[in-house]
Design a protein around this ligand. Structure first.
Ligand SMILES: Cc1cc2nc3c(=O)[nH]c(=O)nc-3n(C[C@H](O)[C@H](O)[C@H](O)COP(=O)(O)OP(=O)(O)OC[C@H]3O[C@@H](n4cnc5c(N)ncnc54)[C@H](O)[C@@H]3O)c2cc1C
Ligand SMILES: NC(=O)c1ccc[n+]([C@@H]2O[C@H](COP(=O)([O-])OP(=O)(O)OC[C@H]3O[C@@H](n4cnc5c(N)ncnc54)[C@H](OP(=O)(O)O)[C@@H]3O)[C@@H](O)[C@H]2O)c1
Ligand SMILES: Cc1cc2nc3c(=O)[nH]c(=O)nc-3n(C[C@H](O)[C@H](O)[C@H](O)COP(=O)(O)O)c2cc1C
Length: 1120
């Protein structure tokens, strides 16, 4: 897309310039030369362009419906640049300030996206899309330039309008990844430069649905921003010729104008580099060995810094993949870290590519190709198993393909301009005085200084808890000391200047731990930077003397590596000479995160005040939000439980945690035998046409609502029942500290039903806050006592499992067993903004996907045991059934799908127990129901819990209860592979496959044996390669009467197991209960391996298990 080659509507005709070859007449804009005969390299490029064209053509032919996308103003971030009329060249983009290399210069959502399949004529599709835009947005579309307007169409006709819309679209559209092809009016103003003159690059980010433009080089204020369209490693003379032939201009950039001797040297370097690239890329085809490939990469490195940073990033990434195939931990780390850095320059540190490299550098052994070079010999011997290695290569080439995809789609779309006459030149333009740039957005120190903040709080959070605690700390600092904080997602910042945090400031780290003691995704780079001795801060050293910090960790004691990340961060900072304020806090999610936090924070704040020289009482209790009732608002713009803007407008787009997909339930059935007191449901979710894909072992996030009884109880207790449907707007009074955690405008009832977690046990701190609004002095004293007296709180609230609405009722002397109504629920006068700021957002529930995409490509299966337990009786509240929010939401959907009402529970025999909870399963505006089909909002979360790619490796899976869920997917995956193998080679094709063993446990073979009818079928298809052992814990017992569990069966099979692991290089997978089962199973493996090694469980066995974990051959997917 080059603006220099197109004209605005009504602009004068372009100079007619004759190129070689055939000429195509364009009535408005003159002749444009068609491509001439090409040289060999150019042919490849031409072929790629053609491929882009074919792709685009196919996409066009198969189009289905338009996808209008709203363009919120704030998403069209354009701070350091400005669109300008450039003398003689039409519109262009210039820098309004000095821009650093790697800086994000533009972040833009598409004005609209045309999906890859539409059934109408393209012109009609575009007009339909344009009709959904605001007048301002439409104007920005029609302001764009275009070429290729067909001849002879009378103006002001439908045909004219369609063709005009199409011409603009074809001139400006850019691939928007899986979404389709989009229009980005600001980015469309970027002109092209030659391979040396270009200074920015644009990439589409599928995950976020935005296009980003990064600076490839430092750009001076006033310079034009230019993108590229040519291969960067052509020698200068080839490049100039190419530009002359295909774009019709003489490039005047600094490299093209080098004196001859320097130019020759540059050419030599580029030619050498191109050769080395060719050599490197042939390693996967066995032409060169892994070692030679790496040597080639190192030579490329030494040659200098030509080309895209992302190309260099990719080179480093590829080398990391080679190193992973050779199990070389330090080489993988080194290269992946380099790749991450190069990717970050151009694609952003938060790009998926940079993040993937961060993950690989953090955990080399989790790499898909790990040790694959050794599977069948070594890479140098040429007889290795390439399967997994190819996978790794594919993943890196995906990066290239993705990048190319964007470029190619654009290049094809703009083929006409590219081949048209043009005269681009990079001319500095005087900067506008109205520069609105605010510096590097990744520089947190600058932001602290700018905002006069003495505290910066980084949170490592996967599901939001650590973020909530980070915000709580920020609020407390403000209330206690009047100190403002910057609460930061570490993914959005760089840490090179951590040493520049001013002396009177303090850095907080609020860090959750996951998996085998891993950081959350958003904290991978932070943790790496802190622990990597070679990472230099701006002082040129890996030292942070004088830095003051606070650490609070979030973890769960049932996991082996309890709070490891907070501990590591603390140790790393200590090692670098930083000073911790107060003790390190550690919260245990299994028991008492809230209590652990409350206990830790007071001491920490005392010490904080002393070290920072501040006094309590300097702050004030100020609200976070202002809630306004809105009398007139277009009803279609009010959120009634929709989880994203797209869901509200019912427009298409990618589906992820920010835009869950309402998946139709095709099957929902009970897995336990009838008559029992527990439910376990199997749900099949249709993902066809949703763009959602998954792998075996991934998790699906299910977005529940709160049960109606709790919604009604709290509405009554807050005195909001009568105006539950009033439209409200909520604004943050300090957006840096407290973001409105759900979409607005909305209604009171929607907030309680869909957006905040009112079904969790009420926290101790909020009770103190709410006591001020008590309707009676008794109620006030009751809440104050609960808040101050930990034991009393545990006794009444924790053991009684009281939700917020219930605590308010108990405090006011209401009966919590009765259906909440005005007669039995006292109304409190609690400002709604306090509810919004004190109750966390309702989170999705995750389930291990129990199917394989190879058998069910468009269906995700969930195996969910329904949570129901009894509360512990206390002096005020008798024992009651307590129901898990998410699992009962799914059970409700199952009832609804079967056309049943939710049954009442124990209402006759035991009137003290509550009714089965009911949910508003039809969703906002009935969005989760169409005719008789119900839908459930979901998204998929990737996991590393995967089978080895080589089927020869033996596999041992342990999954009692619902822990069997992912293993159903694993076995299906192998069944699909077996079908293909047998089709090709007959059953003998499976002869050298490793055995996959499943250790399963449940209470009885008749009652809760999950998928009992399926396993024999899978075994048949796997021709003896799948075996299963079951522990029926309440059916068969040991001679001493104790239960038989999966770990007992493992011990019985110890010889075969030790052989599979130690001699067969087998893999172990454990899924299900983290609290007890997973620990016992691990201990049993220590015993088995200790014995096999002729030593003890504690020493040799534990060492072997540790090694297996390090090599990613012992993987867990456990929960408590
Ligand atoms: C990675 C992962 C994979 C998972 N896979 C599956 C799966 O495949 N199948 C499956 O069924 N579940 C799975 N789970 C569990 C699932 O995510 C939910 O936690 C589960 O369904 C309960 O959610 P809920 O909303 O019904 O309960 P919630 O309303 O969230 O209540 C759960 C809370 O209740 C409390 N609680 C639970 N039991 C008791 C008790 N006896 N006494 C007192 N308090 C108690 C605990 O505080 C617990 O955190 C998985 C979890 C994770 C993290
Ligand atoms: N936090 C939550 O909200 C939540 C929700 C759902 C599930 N879970 C967890 O997920 C796990 C699986 O749940 P589920 O209902 O599917 O399983 P389950 O039916 O409770 O248990 C499956 C089998 O495992 C056995 N078992 C119990 N303790 C064991 C141990 N220490 N080692 C090995 N086996 C043991 C059980 O035996 P017995 O019962 O006869 O002892 C039963 O035979 C549960 O253990 C639970 O901790 C948690
Ligand atoms: C799948 C999973 C794995 C976990 N692994 C660990 C672990 O290894 N060590 C630990 O201390 N806590 C572990 N936890 C507990 C989390 O750290 C804890 O729930 C924390 O509050 C999550 O914070 P977040 O919501 O900010 O992501 C794990 C939790 C889950 C769901």
């Amino acid at each position: 897309m080059s603006n220099q080659t197109r004209r605005r509507q009504g602009a004068p005709k372009a100079d007619q310039k004759k190129g070689k070859g055939v000429h195509v007449q364009d009535e408005r804009f003159g002749d444009r030369p068609a491509p001439s005969r090409l040289g060999g390299f150019a042919k490849i490029i031409y072929f790629l362009l053609l491929a882009g064209g074919i792709y685009y053509y196919c996409s066009h032919m198969l189009w289905e419906k338009p996808q209008p996308v709203d363009v919120p103003e704030e998403d069209a971030f354009l701070a350091p640049v400005q669109v300008r009329e450039l003398p003689g060249r039409g519109m262009g983009v210039i820098a309004t300030k000095d821009i650093q290399r790697g800086e994000l210069v533009l972040r833009e959502k598409p004005l609209f996206v045309v999906p890859n399949r539409v059934s109408m004529s393209p012109g009609a599709v575009l007009l339909a899309s344009l009709a959904t835009l605001s007048p301002r947005q439409r104007a920005s579309y029609y302001n764009l330039s275009y070429v290729n307007f067909p001849t002879g169409i009378p103006p002001d006709t439908d045909a004219f309008n369609e063709e005009l819309a199409l011409a603009i679209f074809q001139t400006n559209a850019v691939s928007a990844g899986s979404q389709g092809v989009g229009i980005f009016p600001r980015m469309a103003r970027l002109n092209h430069g030659c391979s040396s003159a270009f200074n920015v690059i644009y990439t589409w980010r599928d995950g976020e649905g935005v296009l980003v433009v990064h600076a490839l080089k430092p750009i001076k204020q006033g310079e034009e921003l230019l993108t590229t369209y040519t291969d960067t490693k052509r020698p200068r003379h080839v490049r100039r010729q190419f530009l002359r032939e295909h774009y019709g201009f003489e490039c005047q950039c600094s490299v093209c104008s080098l004196p001859d001797d320097l130019s020759a040297r540059s050419d030599e370097r580029l030619t050498g580099m191109a050769d080395l690239y060719t050599k490197f890329s042939s390693w996967q085809h066995e032409h060169v060995s892994g070692k030679e490939a790496i040597a080639a990469a190192i030579s490329i490195w030494r040659l200098g810094e030509e080309g895209y940073w992302s190309e260099r990033g990719q080179l480093a990434a590829d080398v990391a993949h080679v190193a992973a195939a050779h199990s070389d931990v330090s080489a993988v780390r080194e290269w992946a870290a380099l790749a991450q850095r190069w990717y970050a320059y151009e694609l952003g540190a938060d790009s998926p590519q940079a993040q993937e490299m961060g993950r690989i550098a953090g955990q080399p052994e989790l790499h898909a190709a790990w040790a694959s070079a050794a599977l069948g010999g070594t890479i140098d011997e040429g007889d290795r198993d390439y399967r997994s290695l190819d996978m790794a290569v594919a993943s890196s080439s995906d990066v290239l393909i993705l990048a190319l995809g964007v470029v190619l789609a654009a290049v094809y779309l703009f083929r006409d301009q590219l081949f048209a006459a043009s005269k681009p030149k990079s001319v500095p333009v005087t900067a506008s005085k109205a520069s609105n740039g605010s510096g590097n957005p990744r520089d947190f120190v600058a932001k602290m200084k700018e905002g006069k903040k003495r505290i910066v709080i980084f949170y490592g959070s996967q599901t939001g808890t650590a973020e909530e605690y980070a915000i709580r700390l920020a609020k407390e600092a403000k209330q206690k000391f009047g100190l403002a904080s910057l609460v930061c997602d570490p993914e959005e910042y760089d840490f090179e200047n951590l040493d520049q945090v001013p002396e009177d400031c303090c850095v907080f780290f609020v860090m959750a731990t996951y998996g085998e003691g891993e950081p959350t995704d958003n904290a991978v780079t932070l943790c790496q930077n802190l622990s990597d001795d070679s990472f230099e801060f701006s002082n040129g050293e890996h030292k942070l003397p004088g830095l003051k910090y606070v650490v609070f960790g979030l973890g769960n004691r049932t996991y082996e590596h309890y709070n490891l990340i907070a501990r590591n961060v603390d140790a790393d900072l200590q090692k670098m000479g930083a000073t911790r304020i107060g003790e390190r806090g550690e919260g245990d999610d299994d028991r008492s995160m809230e209590e652990d936090y409350l206990e830790w924070k007071d001491g920490m704040w005392e010490e904080f005040a002393r070290v920072m020289g501040v006094e309590e009482g300097q702050g004030a209790d100020s609200p976070d939000f202002v809630v306004t009732e809105v009398s007139e608002h277009p009803p279609e713009k009010v959120y009634l439980g929709e989880l994203s803007a797209r869901a509200l407008t019912r427009s298409k787009g990618i589906h992820d945690a920010k835009n869950p997909y309402p998946a139709p339930i095709t099957v929902a059935r009970e897995l336990f035998a009838p008559g029992g007191d527990r439910n376990c449901i199997h749900v099949e979710l249709n993902t066809e046409n949703s763009g959602i894909t998954y792998q075996h072992g991934d998790h699906v996030g299910v977005w529940p609502s709160n049960p109606e009884v709790e919604v009604e109880r709290l509405l009554r207790a807050l005195g909001l029942y009568e105006k539950k449907d009033t439209v409200i707007n909520i604004e943050s009074l300090d957006p840096a500290l407290a973001k409105v955690p759900f979409p607005v405008p909305t209604t009171y009832v929607t907030v309680l039903r869909h957006y905040i977690d009112i079904s969790a046990v009420a926290g101790r701190q909020i009770l103190g806050v709410l006591s001020k609004f008590a309707p009676t002095p008794e109620a006030e004293a009751f809440l104050k006592n609960l808040s101050a007296n930990k034991e009393e709180y545990n006794n009444i609230v924790t053991h009684g499992c009281l939700k917020l609405g219930e605590v308010l009722q108990v405090a006011a002397g209401n009966d919590i067993k009765a259906t909440p109504g005005p007669e039995n629920t006292t109304a409190w006068n609690i400002p709604f903004d306090i509810i919004v700021s004190s109750i966390p957002r309702l989170q999705p529930r995750y389930y291990s996907i129990s199917s394989s995409p190879k058998l069910y490509p468009h269906s995700i299966h969930v195996t969910c045991v329904v949570l129901k337990y009894e509360s512990i009786e206390n002096s005020l509240v008798k024992t009651r059934w307590v129901y898990g929010t998410g699992s009962n939401f799914l059970l409700n959907l199952k009832f609804a799908a079967e056309g049943q009402q939710s049954p009442l529970v124990d209402s006759e025999e035991n009137p003290d127990k509550v009714f089965f909870p009911k949910y508003a399963v039809e969703g906002p505006r009935g969005a989760y129901k169409s005719e008789t089909t119900y839908k459930v909002p979901i998204h998929v979360r990737r996991s590393t819990f995967r089978l080895p790619t080589n089927p020869k490796s033996p596999v041992i899976m342990i999954g009692p209860g619902t822990g069997v869920a992912p293993f159903r997917g694993f076995v299906q995956e192998r069944v699909a592979m077996a079908r293909r193998t047998i089709e090709k080679n007959g059953p003998e094709g499976l002869a050298d496959w490793g055995n996959i063993r499943l250790y399963y446990g449940c209470r009885s073979s008749k009652q809760d044996f999950l998928y009992s009818e399926e396993w024999p079928e899978y075994a048949k298809e796997l021709h003896g390669k799948f075996t299963m052992r079951c522990a029926f814990s309440r059916e068969t017992f040991k001679p001493d009467g104790s239960k038989i569990y999966v770990q007992d069966l493992l011990w019985e099979d110890r010889e075969a197991i030790a052989d599979a692991i130690l001699n067969g290089r087998g893999y172990i997978y454990v899924c299900g209960d983290a609290r007890n089962m997973a620990k016992s199973v691990e201990e049993t493996f220590c015993r088995i391996l200790g014995e096999a090694k002729g030593g003890s469980a504690e020493v040799e066995g534990a060492a072997e298990v540790k090694l297996l974990k390090e090599r990613s051959r012992f993987l867990s997917d456990v929960w408590s």
